[in-house]
Unconditional design. Structure first.
Length: 335
């Protein structure tokens, strides 16, 4: 992963986390004209202009993405082809200056800008979906983030499990699967974080179809898993950073937790992250080993997501004196 991409991602994450401390308008110092025009023409009197203040459901995702991609179409392209078992759309958002040309380049295998791929909501949580939408808002609405748009191609999958998310919003039980009916059983749902092909047969198998950890009958059996995998293949030649936002804990976890290996650029990553965190005096940054003593092997398989691996190192970003373990969302940085 390049230092340039690491810096861009950390800056965006920190900006989102501290926005309320310095916000002039939904976190923006200056609002981009296309975004202001969208709000002027579409925002009702009883509606909030900031996505972070809105309840996050499937309809919110659709309305926000349709509007922002229509008004700011010069640097935002929205794909809405893939669907879930229940027919909800799995959105792919591409953001970059001259976005159509950049997508054409990556499709043809030409030299392109570094690609940063983000996904959210695999484990059916609304918190991370809202976080992903807010990153889209910050990139699109804030003039001061123009270099983020100019220098990178952002691919954001803001809601990768909308069926599960909608069910979990109205359910008293903790739900982390999708909501596909399991044939010949009265059970419902597959844990899509465990359904990717990498390490599918090597990890501990959960045969109980009623379990929240049931990984499905075979790798990539779910529409959501196929969607994420296909997006990765589409942009494979340019991806420099991949982050999957999860709702448990509050950490940035780096690759290869289950292997006794290290990354060549980990020390550089730590130093750059610490440098950025120190500029924002509200935060404490630390790096340590996320071992099997902390995360049992069974769950380690699931947290690998699209690559079947979790992080060997994790970094905790929290407010001074705060308890990182009590936060709502988690950012898992994978290779």
């Amino acid at each position: 992963m390049s230092e340039k991409c690491i810096t861009a991602v950390i800056v965006v994450v920190l900006t989102v986390l501290i926005c309320e401390e310095r916000a002039d308008y939904c976190g923006c110092k200056t609002v981009r004209p296309c975004y202001k025009r969208m709000l002027d023409e579409l925002l009702g009197e009883d509606e909030d202009a900031c996505i972070e203040n809105v309840a996050i459901g499937a309809s919110t995702v659709t309305i926000f993405l349709k509007a922002i991609s229509t008004y700011c179409d010069k640097f935002i392209k929205l794909y809405d082809i893939a669907t879930t078992y229940e027919g909800k759309i799995l959105y792919e958002v591409a953001m970059s200056r001259y976005v159509n040309e950049e997508i054409e380049k990556v499709t043809n295998g030409s030299k392109i800008k570094p690609v940063i791929l983000l996904d959210a909501g695999q484990d059916a949580g609304s918190e991370t979906v809202g976080f992903a939408l807010y990153i889209i808002e910050q990139l699109a609405a804030c003039v001061e983030n123009k270099d983020m748009i100019r220098n990178f191609l952002w691919i954001i999958l803001p809601s990768t499990n909308p069926d599960g998310q909608e069910y979990s919003r109205g359910s008293f039980e903790r739900w982390q699967k999708n909501y596909r009916s399991i044939m010949d059983y009265e059970a419902t749902g597959v844990d899509i974080t465990r359904n990717f092909d990498d390490f599918f047969t090597e990890c501990f198998r959960v045969e109980n179809k009623f379990s929240q950890n049931y990984q499905g009958p075979h790798p990539n059996s779910e529409n959501e898993t196929k969607f994420i995998t296909n997006v990765m293949k589409k942009y494979k030649s340019g991806i420099k950073t991949y982050i999957s936002f999860r709702r448990n804990g509050h950490a940035i976890l780096y690759p290869f937790a289950s292997r006794n290996v290290s990354l060549d650029n980990m020390q550089k990553t730590k130093m750059k992250s610490d440098e950025i965190a120190k500029k924002e005096s509200l935060f404490h940054f630390s790096v340590g080993c996320w071992s099997c003593a902390v995360m049992v092997a069974e769950r380690a398989c699931a947290r690998g997501g699209a690559r079947g691996r979790t992080a060997r190192y994790h970094s905790v970003v929290s407010r001074g004196g705060g308890d990182a373990s009590s936060a709502n969302s988690s950012q898992h940085l994978q290779s």
